[in-house]
Design a protein around this ligand. Structure first.
Ligand code: BGC
Length: 410
């Protein structure tokens, strides 16, 4: 048997994102998309988990479970619902949330942008517009001035590579659906100027986002507060099937290297991994017959996180936080098994000298899984969709137990 004790300041947390848990994010671009008659969303986000009002009980619950950190996002669409009009009430709300974390002994990791932007940004080409870096910088100035002294760790962005990853994984092209043209109409832009973070796999987008990231990083570094700043990436553990060497190398370049190579001056990179991807000469190879498949149509493969942490660290050369790792399955006993195999993978990376600073599972609770609606269950806490009552699952005590012990055996 092997065992590993984590450093005293290691962060053990759960992750959520505002739009997926808060509810009624009325001024967001997603709210518009979810309500289009031609929507590709299985259902609208609605009240989500009403975390916007129930955060005190949720934060207390995660502390009780044994965690010492919480990664959540603040919503730009609430803070700046109309261009140039900032809401003090929304900023104060997030300040109360941060204070609540501290009162519960929880170090807050704040994501300033988790996929979602205000609807007004999309009316001017969103993440394809050269005006967006300055607009985002103005939002970051306000948020940093109001919240910075209470922040523990900051992510400027969540997964700038998600659109490219989805373009490889989805069996259809979103740009070719009637939804795309209707969405462009809804925001009054041409279809090729629909700069949606999650779906516009346009190579120009990463340059704009990267410039924006640098501006935001500088603003956050200037204080108030002093904390590490980075961004997170969607990372698949890319394996090679026979004859697939050059295609797999191409996948690694497009999905990971193009991003990681630019992060060498960041304080950290956030690695977010759920499964592996097997690549043959013609692209993705389906999981082998009999493989266990998750609710997101991926292979049950907890070892993936070890592969991606090693990969991210070797290319970016900066400290790593595992900012998302988890399993979408109804059967929570599979999630227990997943964590029992994934966490040792992180420990092995650290035994080999890789600087990993924290592990955050996705997700604290079952929530709005974007176009899949409330179907996939990622939570270590169940949420009753009728009453919104929270019930911790066995996986919550297993992972919380590892967190509390700060030690894992395998
Ligand atoms: C995102 C989350 C999402 C999760 C599971 C990540 O790509 O950051 O918002 O819910 O994966 O699909």
């Amino acid at each position: 048997m092997s065992e590993f004790t984590f450093p005293d300041n290691f962060l053990w947390g759960t992750s959520t994102a505002g739009h997926q848990v808060e509810g009624q994010n009325l001024n967001s671009e997603s709210w518009v998309l979810e309500h289009l008659p031609e929507t590709i969303y299985a259902e609208p986000s609605g009240d989500a988990c009403d975390h916007y009002h129930r955060y005190p009980e949720d934060i207390a619950m995660l502390a009780d479970l044994g965690f010492n950190s919480y990664r959540f996002s603040i919503e730009w669409a609430r803070i700046e619902p109309v261009e140039g009009e900032f809401s003090l009430a929304a900023l104060d709300h997030y300040r109360r949330m941060l204070a609540c974390c501290h009162e519960n002994g929880i170090s807050p990791m704040v994501t300033f942008h988790h996929f979602i932007s205000p609807a007004w940004l999309m009316r001017d080409a969103g993440w394809l517009s050269s005006k967006t870096p300055d607009r985002y910088a103005r939002y970051i100035e306000k948020a940093s001035a109001h919240l910075g002294d209470l922040i523990g760790t900051a992510c400027t962005f969540n997964e700038p590579n998600i659109a490219v990853v989805l373009s490889k994984m989805l069996p259809f092209s979103i740009q070719k659906t009637p939804f795309w043209n209707k969405a462009a109409d809804a925001f009054g832009v041409a279809p090729d100027r629909l700069g949606l973070w999650q779906f516009a796999a346009d190579p120009a987008m990463w340059d704009i986002i990267y410039q924006t990231h640098l501006k935001a990083r500088d603003i956050l570094h200037a204080g108030p507060g002093s904390y590490p700043v980075g961004l997170t990436l969607a990372m698949m553990d890319i394996h090679t099937a026979e004859g697939g060497e050059s295609t797999a190398a191409q996948f690694r370049r497009e999905l990971s290297d193009n991003y990681l190579e630019r992060l060498t001056d960041d304080d950290f990179v956030g690695v977010q991994t759920y499964s592996r991807m097997v690549v043959g000469p013609d692209g993705l190879v389906h999981p082998p017959e009999g493989a266990e498949i998750t609710q997101m149509h991926e292979e049950f493969y907890p070892e993936a996180i070890e592969g991606t942490v090693r990969y991210a660290s070797s290319v970016a050369g900066v400290p790593v936080y595992v900012t998302e790792n988890g399993l979408p399955m109804e059967d929570d006993s599979r999630r227990v098994e997943y964590f029992k195999r994934a966490v040792p993978g992180v420990a092995r990376c650290m035994q080999d000298g890789i600087d990993v600073r924290g592990y955050f599972c996705w997700s604290l609770m079952d929530n709005f899984e974007w176009i899949s609606g409330y179907g996939p269950k990622f939570g270590i806490v169940a949420v009753d969709r009728k009453t919104l009552k929270r019930t911790p699952k066995p996986s919550a005590s297993v992972l919380g137990g590892i967190a509390r012990a700060n030690r894992v055996e395998w």
